[in-house]
Design a protein around this ligand. Structure first.
Ligand code: T4K
Length: 371
């Protein structure tokens, strides 16, 4: 261990504290803390405008938005999903007493391989739950094609895909519903938070009922809803974050390009290429450590740790390796396994200093034998 300052894989975007104070004063004056206050309404509108979507419902976190998405569409039985994600994707299925069926990913996009989905479908299958991993678009056309043939719903876990546009359109409009996360570690954060992007007002209405215990009015409960509401503090933070999100993504882009230049000179390492036809959000910095690199992925991970650089193996282990999923039905997962054994996410966030970038660079160069 060194005495150097820790460099973490991410650091949250934060508004100036002074900017937040007047908004907190308004919350204090109004006494409206949650259950759909003014900031909640403003943030829903501003996010729709910014993201280019017609309807969106705010949540207290992304996981509850996922759990609610499955309820809103009355998904039953088996759901086809990816093993290469954060556990929350599959956990949302178990919380709904649904059975995940795991299918392999495409090595180029890290996302569910549509060509494998058909082989996993049974009469029990009702939906597909793909992830836009790292904010890289899943193969939305092919997934929809299969879903349409078999009459399946598609819910995208778009936790990483804030602001991503694909072929000139919001990626969040793909499928039947999309779920965002506004957790502290995400491109856009409200400390904790999330949203469900809905195709129409009717669906949003149903989601709004479900996130508020199922209340349609004071005396009418239409479903066994949950408490998934975003509060006014979170929404106030969100309004301030949104004002500087473009600047934050531009910072991420500059840093990613810097990593690209660094890694292109190091044999055996490969930075994930930027997705084609996409305004990407640079949510993560996925580096693949190949067999041609002098040290293994895990040895490289350890070398970073020794320098107090907390890189992360997103996503390792695969979800299917966790005890509660070992018995779940799965097709062969060679790509997902290979990726999870090669992946290392490098520090990437607005404000990562030149000095910190040099520290990350020095570890890579030394491991490559350039030290
Ligand atoms: N679906 C997908 C595909 C997801 O990736 C996620 C969440 C979800 C669904 C669920 O959405 P939420 O319910 O969370 O809204 C983190 C996050 O906790 C999790 O939100 C995220 N995915 C996942 C990919 O990453 P950990 O266990 O890696 O978090 P942690 O605490 O180790 O944080 C990582 C680093 O970030 C720390 O080393 C330091 C930095 N950090 C973290 C926090 C919380 C900060 O600088 N400040 C902070 O406040 O899971």
């Amino acid at each position: 261990m060194t005495n150097k300052k820790q460099i973490t894989v991410t650091r949250p975007l934060l508004p100036e504290l002074a900017e937040l104070t007047p908004l907190l004063e308004r919350i204090w004056e109004s006494g409206r803390l949650t259950n759909g206050g003014q900031f909640h309404a403003e943030l829903e509108q501003q996010l729709c405008d910014y993201l280019g979507v017609s309807h969106l419902s705010l949540f207290t976190n992304g996981t509850l938005a996922l759990v609610t998405a499955l309820q809103a569409l009355r998904i039953r039985g088996e759901v086809i999903t990816t093993p290469y994600s954060f556990v929350a994707t599959s956990h949302a299925l178990l919380w709904n007493k649904l059975r995940p069926v795991f299918v392999d990913i495409e090595p180029e996009t890290f996302n569910l391989d549509p060509a494998q989905i058909e082989a996993a479908i049974t009469p029990e299958t009702t939906a597909i739950l793909p992830v836009h991993c790292y904010g890289v678009p899943a193969n939305i056309d092919e997934i929809q094609r299969v879903a349409d043939i078999y009459g399946l719903k598609v819910i995208y876990d778009a936790a990483h895909a804030f602001g991503v546009r694909h072929r000139g359109q919001s990626l969040l409009e793909a499928g039947d519903l999309s779920v965002l996360s506004f957790h502290a570690t995400k491109v856009f954060n409200t400390f904790e938070g999330g949203a469900l992007v809905c195709p129409d007002a009717k669906t949003k209405q149903r989601v709004d009922y479900l996130k508020n215990f199922g209340f349609a009015d004071e005396v009418t409960v239409v479903a066994p809803g949950i408490n998934g509401k975003m509060n006014e503090f979170q929404a106030a933070v969100g309004l301030l974050q949104l004002a500087r999100i473009d600047e934050a993504i531009a910072d991420r882009r500059r840093l990613y390009h810097r990593y690209q230049r660094l890694v292109s000179g190091l044999d055996g390492l490969e930075l994930m290429p930027e997705p084609d036809g996409t305004d990407w959000n640079y949510a993560y910095c996925p580096l693949l450590v190949g067999p041609g690199f002098p040290v293994t992925r895990d040895a490289l991970y350890d070398r970073f740790r020794q320098q107090d650089i907390l890189v992360r193996r997103y996503f390792y282990p695969l979800i299917t390796d966790f005890p509660m999923y070992r018995q779940a039905r799965q097709l062969p997962l060679p790509n997902a396994r290979a990726m999870s054994e090669r992946i290392l996410c490098l520090p990437l966030y607005p404000g990562l200093s030149d000095g910190d970038f040099e520290r990350v660079s020095a570890v890579l160069q030394a491991a490559a034998g350039r030290g």
